[in-house]
Design a protein around this ligand. Structure first.
Ligand code: PLP
Length: 395
């Protein structure tokens, strides 16, 4: 599907009055999570530093000729920051469908590459929630891209990557987003294959921004790790359902700041990435992921997106499919449960994307969650599922 006029369907929660989250969705850096001996250096392994993954994507899109030479072909299920860099380049965006496990529909992707008219300059493939797409599938897509003169961009924003800097890739560009894992103020990285044209060198951040980064890191390191027990702000009445807006958006969203495109990540962020204990981070995330998975088995009205998880993949978040977006999502948001949901999507006929826009919740499983935070979130989910089932029974 080609999108000449980018038309987004966006959930507008402004009428719902959701409180802010009671538990941080991303980790904070902690003294106990650091090691003094540095991890392998990303720059020595060929990674360039960017302020965020979205700006690394911009550099990759630009080097691939997105906008100038052709369209971006991206997954139909996406967050806005995956597309913003293409919109900043005034590029046409095409979407390819995904199956229920969020694997690309290769036949549809191939059909778009072969389509006459606007050529495809680059194909973006994401490893959602840290679950790696199968190497054979990546190889198949790489071969298709090569055959049609398109660049392949591998989006590892949901993958730790810092623990596998040398991991080979069939892609021309690989992008990742280390701040999501180490809790730094910013941080994105890009690696180009020798056959791809490397983007221009990034400039260092101004001193004020550097100071802000170090202050943020030092404050977090000095703060106490466990949050106090949480009191639920839930009211008895359900909030209004909110609305869904259908809008054309020709440029990038407010989450994209063009002046950061050419900037390196902060030195504090790069330091944290080098000094975070990656093995204990991975183990803690897997533990939380499995806790969610086991808890959800006993609940009705929801299920894990993935029935199984490969232990070598470090999870970014726990993806949960829910049957009734209203009231379950609203109830949880009203209680301050930290939930992310990609409910602003460029429109496409993809059934998976259409359903997941409202029904796929992203729940935190990061290393910085305490037992009490985890217990509270699981309790809220259990209660909300129970209430939703009771309401269905009395309806
Ligand atoms: C799959 C995916 N790709 C790319 C990005 C952009 O990463 P960043 O937040 O580092 O700009 C995100 C952002 O969350 C993402 O979820």
């Amino acid at each position: 599907m080609s999108v000449a006029e980018p038309r987004f369907l966006r959930f507008d929660p402004s009428a719902c009055g959701f409180p802010s989250a009671q538990v941080p969705p991303l980790p904070k850096p902690r003294l106990g999570a650091l090691r003094w001996r540095a991890n392998p250096s990303p720059s020595a392994a060929g990674w360039a530093s960017f302020a965020l993954g979205r700006y690394a994507l911009h550099a990759a899109f630009e080097a691939a000729g997105v906008g100038r030479q052709g369209a971006l072909l991206a997954p139909a299920y996406h967050c806005r920051t995956m597309l913003d860099p293409a919109l900043a380049l005034r590029a046409e965006i095409s979407l390819y469908p995904l199956d229920e496990a969020l694997q690309p529909d290769v036949a549809a992707l191939a059909a778009r590459l072969q389509q006459p008219g606007q050529p495809v300059a680059a194909v973006l493939v994401s490893h959602f929630f840290g679950r790696l797409q199968a190497p054979a599938l990546m190889g198949e897509i790489a071969a298709l891209c090569q055959a049609h003169g398109a660049r392949l961009i591998e989006d590892r924003a949901h993958c730790l990557t810092l623990d596998a800097l040398d991991q080979p890739s069939p892609a021309d560009f690989v992008v990742c987003s280390p701040y999501k894992f180490v809790g730094s103020l910013d941080g994105g990285m890009l690696r180009c294959s020798p056959r791809a044209q490397a983007p221009a060198r990034q400039s260092a951040a101004p001193v004020r921004a550097e100071l802000r980064g170090w202050l943020h890191a030092l404050r977090a390191l000095a703060s106490s790790p466990a949050a106090p027990p949480i009191q639920s702000p839930c009211g008895a009445a359900l909030p209004p359902a909110g609305s869904h807006l259908n809008e054309v958006s020709l440029g990038p969203s407010g989450h994209y700041q063009q002046h950061l495109q050419a900037r390196q990540g902060l030195s504090s962020s790069r330091w944290l990435a080098r000094h975070t204990r990656l093995d204990s981070l991975a183990a803690a995330r897997l533990k939380r992921y499995h806790q969610w998975h086991a808890h959800v088995q006993s609940l009705s009205g929801c299920r894990p997106l993935y029935p199984t998880w490969q232990e070598q993949d470090v999870p970014y978040m726990f993806p949960l499919l829910i049957d009734a977006a209203y009231p379950l999502f609203h109830r949880l948001k009203q209680c301050g449960v930290p939930i992310w949901r990609w409910d602003e999507l460029l429109q496409s006929p993809c059934d998976t994307a259409t359903r997941y826009r409202e029904h796929l919740l992203h729940l935190p499983c990061h290393q910085d969650l305490s037992e009490s935070q985890m217990g509270w979130m699981m309790g809220q989910l259990g209660e909300a599922c129970h209430l939703a089932t009771r309401q269905r029974g009395t309806a």
